[in-house]
Design a protein around this ligand. Structure first.
Ligand SMILES: Nc1ncnc2c1ncn2[C@@H]1O[C@H](COP(=O)(O)OP(=O)(O)OP(=O)(O)O)[C@@H](O)[C@H]1O
Length: 253
């Protein structure tokens, strides 16, 4: 299968430090590909380069065979790369429904421009409600976004990222800062998203919670000190001696 995303030799330096060191990486259509590694391995820097928020010092990023390495984040978003959880677009004093409508409107670009206002509003409302149902927030539509529990805010952020119908969704630590219950709910939600055969996006998942990673990933790439030390199925990565040593510590090896 031709990869949706193909990354070659991606490199990012901070002074003398090589945070991401000549990384090759590929994501197949619909695949959930997790990126894990110890603190400081380069995961966030890598994801920021995929999103177009950090400029690489070397290497290329291709989406569907088109070089997007030099494109800014907004242009990448228009081509189908969506980003959730790092940049929070949620307007806290607006309702959940209103936030979802704003995300649908923003993602539609000119799409609603020729519609009469009443029809536009009806279409926006329907799309926004469908999105909220998709992330399990249909019961919270009228609440102010800022009053939601932390886990629910993350569900709303996911809905807003999905509004653009991304083909590739970049997820930065979806369970970070949530309790065990909320974390399980987020993993279940992402599992549902993944199980939809029809329009599921491919996902690049950076996540510290290895239970979540092993539950969700089709493949896992392991970074250590900016380099790829392993890439494969969860079972292969779990069994990999270099991964155990570098990532889980010598005790696990
Ligand atoms: N803006 C920056 N300026 C200088 N050094 C940076 C910068 N951003 C990251 N680094 C360094 O680059 C390396 C990789 O950092 P990065 O945050 O990408 O790793 P990470 O795998 O996401 O870490 P963590 O799991 O702790 O979030 C680290 O040594 C970090 O200190």
């Amino acid at each position: 299968m031709t990869p949706l995303l193909a990354v070659r030799g991606l490199t990012r330096r901070y002074g003398a430090l090589v945070a991401v060191d000549a990384v090759d990486f590929a994501v197949l259509p619909g695949e959930t590909h997790a990126v894990i590694g110890p603190n400081g391995a380069g995961k966030s820097s890598f994801l920021a380069m995929l999103a177009g928020e950090t400029r690489p010092d070397a290497g290329t990023i291709a989406l569907d065979g088109h070089d997007v390495t030099r494109l800014p984040a907004a242009a990448r978003a228009r081509r189908g790369i969506g980003r959730a959880f790092q940049i929070t677009a949620v307007v806290r004093d607006q309702s959940v429904l209103r936030n979802a409508m704003l995300a649908v409107l923003a993602a539609s670009g000119q799409g609603f421009g020729l519609w009469r206002p009443a029809m536009r509003d009806a279409a926006l409302l329907a799309d926004a409600r469908a999105l909220l149902a998709r992330v399990g927030l249909e019961g919270a539509q009228a609440r102010a976004a800022g009053d939601l529990a932390h886990g629910q805010q993350r569900q709303l952020e996911l809905a807003m990222a999905l509004a653009g119908r991304p083909r590739l969704l970049l997820l930065d630590e979806p369970t970070a800062g949530t309790g065990p219950e909320e974390s399980r709910a987020m993993v279940a939600l992402l599992g549902d998203l993944r199980a939809r055969a029809d329009d599921r996006p491919a996902i690049v998942l950076v996540e510290h919670d290895l239970d979540a990673v092993f539950a969700l990933a089709d493949r896992i790439t392991v970074l250590a000190e900016g380099r790829v030390i392993a890439c494969g199925t969860p079972a292969a990565v779990r069994a990999d001696a270099a991964v155990r040593q570098a990532y889980l510590g010598d005790d696990a090896a």
